[in-house]
Design a protein around this ligand. Structure first.
Ligand SMILES: Nc1ncnc2c1ncn2[C@@H]1O[C@H](COP(=O)(O)OP(=O)(O)OP(=O)(O)O)[C@@H](O)[C@H]1O
Ligand SMILES: [Mg+2]
Length: 392
């Protein structure tokens, strides 16, 4: 995994006229014409594509290079999770050398925005923090942890959804507990870090099995990155990857929450402290964390929790068709494991199982706790849609 996330999206770098790019200008699944490169990560490339005057995001994985079928894993998890702050999956299949995931087109990532603005205000950071915790609460309730929380993986919605934050990149996501018994994966030492060293929790850097607490600890580092402009463990001059990871771990451990958050409202220090102290098996108090951000904006600072971020323009506000609900956190929190179990069971009844693109029914029962997903799904390595339809 990477320790320093790359900056992905740039309006200027990829203008759709890059003749050397083997994907731009081509049509996939007889429909989606790739028009612009949006990003490139460790596992794939993402393009903006056009079909019927609508935009989509296409994530490509080279089938010849990828041995693990990460994109299929990602497609399955995202289809299973299906929620308001997760990009909608339109289809998954393969074309030529590529596995391709077609999803809802979103706007810029928080890393792209941050690279232009350099620092975010407390209000913007709180509104983002609130939504981050809310999204994690949603996916954790559905037995999944993300394991790569970083600014590049949070993306703002496009057009009328420009107020909303979305979480993407579920390539490293994992089922962390049984949906029936809620028993978690054992706490064991892993062979390497899963995630991005800069934002990874201390336990993740120590190569320990991750749980809900690790996603939340990463949120704390992401928020402090936005407020401070950088993190104390950035830019260590160590060449080898292993040594750099060790250096980041040492510096992270040495940096107290007090020192990390000095000069910013207490709530951030409390957040970092709380998430660092969580036990591996502990159910985090998401509502308490959300309330911190909400109250800091509305009560302490006397501002409106109105989704007007540092970068929001009047034209963005005009595009917003939806009325945004009052986000005041509910006081009826579920705290005990017993309550959690009841709620998960009742949720299960309400949730309609969603269908994988190959029409296998997906629900939390047939997901494998060892990261790789649905029983039987991997039998069909040729993709969900058995058509190969690249059009040149
Ligand atoms: N649905 C989308 N709409 C708009 N932009 C997107 C979308 N999905 C991804 N992107 C852009 O592409 C970038 C890379 O996407 P993603 O994180 O899924 O790829 P990755 O290869 O797993 O990256 P990494 O390994 O670096 O995390 C994102 O940071 C974002 O800027
Ligand atoms: Mg990513």
């Amino acid at each position: 995994m990477e320790d320093e996330p790359k900056s992905h999206y740039s309006d200027n770098c990829y203008d759709g006229h890059d003749r050397n790019d083997p994907i731009i200008g081509k049509k996939f699944f007889s429909k989606y014409r790739a028009v612009k490169k949006l990003g490139e990560g460790s596992f794939g490339k993402v393009y903006k594509a056009e079909y019927n005057n609508e935009y989509f995001a296409l994530k490509f994985e080279n089938r010849l290079k990828s041995q693990q079928n990460m994109l299929e894993h990602e497609a399955t998890i995202m289809t299973y999770l299906k929620g308001p702050n997760i990009p909608i999956i339109k289809s998954y299949g393969y074309c030529g050398d590529y596995n391709i995931l077609v999803m809802q087109f979103l706007d810029r990532s928080l890393e792209d925005i941050f690279n232009r603005i350099k620092k975010f205000t407390v209000k913007t950071t709180c509104m983002l923090g609130y939504q981050m915790v809310n999204i994690l609460q949603y996916i954790h309730d559905r037995h999944i942890i993300h394991r790569d929380i970083k600014p590049d993986n949070f993306v703002m919605g496009a057009k009328e959804n420009n107020a909303h934050l979305y979480l993407l990149d579920f390539g490293l996501a994992k089922k962390y507990r049984s949906s029936k018994t809620l028993i978690q994966c054992p706490y064991i030492k892993k062979k390497k870090l899963t995630g991005t060293a800069r934002y990874a929790s201390i336990h993740a850097l120590e190569e320990m099995e991750q749980s809900r607490r690790d996603d939340l600890e990463s949120v704390g580092y992401v928020l402090m990155y936005f407020l401070r402009g950088s993190l104390p463990w950035q830019g260590l001059k160590i060449k080898s990857k292993e040594e750099r990871y060790k250096g980041i771990l040492v510096k992270k451990k040495e940096t107290s929450s007090e020192e990390l958050c000095r000069g910013f409202p207490e709530e951030f220090k409390e957040f970092v402290e709380y998430t660092r102290k969580l036990d591996y098996y502990e159910q985090p108090d998401y509502d308490m964390l959300k309330a911190k951000f909400f109250n800091l904006v509305t009560k302490t600072n006397g501002e409106a929790f109105d989704y007007i971020y540092d970068w929001t323009t009047d034209s963005d506000i005009k595009k917003r068709k939806v009325e945004y609900p009052d986000l005041a956190p509910s006081t009826n929190e579920k705290k005990s494991t017993q309550k959690e179990m009841e709620s998960t069971n009742s949720n299960k009844k309400k949730l309609n199982p969603v269908h994988a693109p190959n029409n296998k029914t997906m629900n939390s029962e047939n997901m494998d706790a060892n990261n790789v997903i649905i029983d039987g799904l991997r039998e069909n390595n040729n993709g969900y849609q058995s058509k190969c339809c690249i059009i040149f």
